[in-house]
Structure formats: C-alpha cells, structure tokens
Design a protein around this ligand. Structure first.
Ligand SMILES: Nc1ncnc2c1ncn2[C@@H]1O[C@H](COP(=O)(O)OP(=O)(O)OP(=O)(O)O)[C@@H](O)[C@H]1O
Length: 470
C-alpha cells in the first residue's frame, strides 16, 4: 500500500485559523512518545525504548563504567572514569536497536566527529570514539555536571533575577550556535533539553546528532505533500517524515524544516526563537495532544496562538519582539543568523544591567543616607558619596583600610560582635557606633544591615545620629 505521494516543491499555506478544528477527532491517537518526539531521518524506525532497560555496556580497559546518567533518541549516556587521564567522563553508547544498522552507526560517529570539530566553550569536548570491548559503538566526552535547561525551567520560579539568568543562558546558546554557523554547521534540534547548564554556570549546547554541514545554498530535502499527512496515524507520519529525511523536534521546528523544503541557518534562528518562547512563556511554540497534531502545526507554521501567548507574557516588549522576529513564518523576515540574535540579546542584557545600575545610583544620590556594600572580613567594597560628605575621606581612603580602623576604640568589640551576627545570616537593626571623621571628630552612626554570607557580602544603610538613642 502506498502511504504517501511525494510531490515537488509544494508549499503549505499557513492556516491562520485554529488548526485543531480541521483535524478529525482521533482522541484515541497515541500521544507523542520519546522516539517520536524527535524526528530523525536515517535512523528512525521500529525502536522500542523499553529495550534500553536491558542494555548495558561492559567495562573497558580505559574506561570504568559507573552508571547511566541519560537517555536520548539515539544513545544511552553513562558516567565513567577515564584511567588514562584520571578524570571523569561521559560515554554515549549507540542504542542496541540501532547497532548493526550502518546508517545509524555512521550518523552516531558523525555526531562525535561534528562535536569534536566544533571547538568552543559552549560545545562539549569529545575525547575519544570507537567500539567498546563488547562491540558497541561509543564516544567519550567531557562530563557536564549540571542540569538541562528544561529541568532548570521547571524548577526556577520566575522572579526577575531568575528570568535574567535564563536570558543569560539564552545569550550563551546564541553565541555557541553563532560559532557553529560561522563554521557552516546548522544544529537543527535546538530545544531546552539539548542545553545543559553546568554547576559553575557554564552553558553547553548538546546533541549535534542531527546537525548538517551547509554548502553555499540551503540543503534541499524532499518536500511532503500536505494532503499526505492529513488523515494518517502517528506511525504512518513517522515513516513519511523518515523517508523525506525530515529532521528535528516538531514542537520547535521551523516551517520550512517541518515541510521538508530545505534547511538553512534561519531554521536554527527559528529554533532559537522557539527556545526563547519557552523561556518567556513556559511552553514551546507548538503544542498538541499528539505528535501528528504538533507536526501539522509546525508544517503549517500555525503561530498565531504562539504570538498571542508571547504578547500576553510579562516580559520586556523588546524581548518579546525579538522572539517574534525569530519565529517569523517567512524565513527572510527572521534575523539573518544566530550571531545577529547574539548581538541583540547581549546588547539588551548589557543595557538593562547598566539601566539597573544607573537607576540604583540615582536613588543613592537622592538619599541623604549612607549606603555601603562591605565584606564580612571587614572592608568597605563600595560606598556612596554621602560617606565622603559626612566623614570627609575620599572613597579610596575608606575602601583601602579595614573599617574598624575608623572606629572609636570603645565601639570596636560590639562592632565585631555585630559582624558575627551578620556572618550567621541574621540582620542587624538600629546598631550604633562612632566613626572618626577626617578632622578627628567622632560621629555617631546608626546602621541597618543584612548580609549574604555565601557571597561574603554585607549591605548596609546608615545615618548620622546625635547619639546611640538618636
Ligand atoms: N556530556 C554529558 N555530560 C553529562 N550528561 C550528559 C552528557 N551528554 C548527555 N548527557 C545527558 O544524557 C541525556 C541524553 O543525551 P543525548 O544527547 O543522548 O540525547 P537528548 O538530546 O536528551 O535526546 P534526543 O537525542 O532524543 O534529542 C541528556 O539529556 C543529558 O541529561
């Protein structure tokens, strides 16, 4: 039975109405499974993920396998110890069901080679590849100790601080993809589960298994006839996509990538927009109760609801506009490449930090109070101009000596006790001591302070009072 008719260069007209309404009721349709969540070209097939429960890898001479730490569309990832270099590594092993399939093996090693060729702090280093002692294709790479962006987004609540942290992660992803674009490589599967944030804040773009090397022109695929995917099962759709060499994850896919027209750097630009959309709204551009529904939305570029969702979120309009530009249905309406987005988001983040700093300084200047940031080991790190006005010293004089040197000798012990209280994480309120001014006179100063012990930092606000009782 012929399931599909592949046609020539057919474009799907984006449906600006609710795409769900056009889909016959197939409430019994299976929901997207892991293997179908991502569309793969050569290796797609009858893989059963339950089988990987039974897959293990024998210990190797160089690598001592510890435990499984991840599972992806093509492989299992293990934590291991590399005895040659005395270090921990991650080892990815091709899933058992793909072993013995030449194309799948080639693609697996191609992933290792591409990742190794791209040398950038945002891409894990590949150390080794080969066949394990028990005959399984594997490659060894830097072990990233951290969490995926999708895990981070689930746990982070969206305070302003965490939101700007996620935007920082996004900027780093853009820089990494920009580097890949400058080496004519497109990733084609940008999504939160393919971004890992390490324990020290390092950001890695993972899973270059679907990446492609671009020539001078975009890579042409085999376009899918829209009618072919209207009334078919998820399994049939998987097969059609596989035959058309369509690759990616439908929830995050550019329309031209999903339709099988072609792929270019602007397909990755859409992927970056999809990542930004999930950071801003908590959801990817396309949602649906089944793989088929999500795929159809992607192929049609049914983005009206996505744009509405973005408009309704409480992010800065400049960032919403950037996300919408990246998610433009028409490729030419998107930013030219990841480098352009990296510049825009970095400029935005720097200017918002500068703005926040400027606003803060204006408040400091308006106030008659003394503001300072100090360290728990007894030095001012930063003081506002009121310190100089009140005490007559320059900022550098105040910062260069332990603050205890300015104190009245009778106030030293109780000040040390107050710092002890702050070091425990407790605040102090209306604490008074005397500071010597540049003329040798002592001024009573009343402090309110709190600390962040893990940052070794005290934040304090003070004012001159007539005596300990004000
Ligand atoms: N170098 C690494 N260090 C630590 N953990 C890793 C490393 N590489 C992968 N992992 C973990 O293994 C999981 C599976 O990774 P993998 O690249 O095989 O697939 P994936 O990107 O999650 O899935 P898919 O291939 O289906 O898109 C990751 O989500 C991550 O948690």
């Amino acid at each position: 039975m012929t399931l599909i008719q592949l046609c020539g260069d057919v474009a799907l007209e984006p449906n600006h109405e609710d795409p769900e309404s056009m889909i016959p009721d197939r409430s019994s349709a299976p929901t997207a499974s892991i293997s179908k969540d991502r569309v793969e070209s050569e290796a797609a097939g009858d893989f059963d993920h339950d089988d990987c429960q039974e897959q293990s890898i024998a210990q190797m001479e160089r690598y001592a396998i510890d435990k499984q730490i991840g599972k992806g569309g093509m492989g299992l990832v293990y934590h291991a110890y590399d005895s040659t270099f005395d270090r921990e590594v991650a080892i990815k092993v091709l899933l058992k069901n793909y072993q013995g399939r030449d194309e799948a093996c080639q693609r697996f090693f191609q992933e290792a080679r591409t990742t190794a060729r791209l040398q950038h702090p945002g891409i894990v280093s590949v150390y080794d590849m080969g066949i394990s002692d028990d005959g399984q294709p594997f490659f060894a790479m830097k072990l990233v100790e951290g969490r995926t962006l999708s895990e981070l987004m689930k746990t982070e609540n969206k305070t302003q601080l965490q939101y700007s942290r996620l935007l920082d992660v996004f900027a780093r992803v853009c820089q990494t993809i920009a580097y890949a674009h400058s080496h004519q490589t497109v990733h084609l599967d940008i999504k939160p589960s393919n971004v890992m944030v390490g324990a020290y804040g390092e950001v890695h773009v993972m899973d270059w298994g679907l990446s492609r090397q671009l020539g001078k022109s975009p890579i042409e695929l085999t376009p899918i006839c829209p009618a072919a995917v209207e009334h078919i099962s998820d399994e049939q759709l998987s097969m059609i996509l596989s035959n058309s060499k369509i690759i990616g994850t439908p929830s995050y896919m550019a329309p031209e990538q999903a339709r099988g027209h072609h792929i270019s750097v602007r397909s990755d630009v859409f992927g970056l927009g999809a990542l930004l959309c999930e950071i801003l709204t908590g959801k990817p551009p396309y949602e649906g109760s089944s793989f088929r529904r999500i795929y159809r939305r992607a192929a049609r570029g049914s983005l009206d609801k996505t744009y509405q969702r973005l408009d309704a979120c409480d992010a800065d309009p400049a960032i919403i506009a950037l996300a919408k530009r990246c998610l433009a249905r028409e490729e030419n309406a998107r930013p030219a490449d990841a480098g352009t987005i990296a510049t825009q988001i970095t400029t935005y983040l720097e200017s918002s930090k500068e703005r926040a700093e400027r606003d803060l300084c204006r408040f400091f200047e308006l106030s008659m109070d003394l503001f300072c940031i100090a360290s728990l080991d007894g030095y001012f790190k930063r003081v506002n101009s009121n310190f100089s006005r009140v005490l007559g010293y320059s900022d550098s004089e105040l910062i260069s000596k332990p603050f205890i040197e300015f104190l009245h000798p009778d106030d030293v012990q109780q000040t040390i006790r107050a710092i002890g209280t702050l070091a425990q994480g407790d605040s102090i309120a209306a604490f008074c001591n005397r500071y010597r001014d540049s003329g040798g006179n002592y001024r009573w100063i009343q402090w309110n302070a709190k600390s962040i012990p893990q940052d070794n930092t005290i934040f304090a606000v003070a004012r001159v009072v007539d005596g300990p009782d004000g």
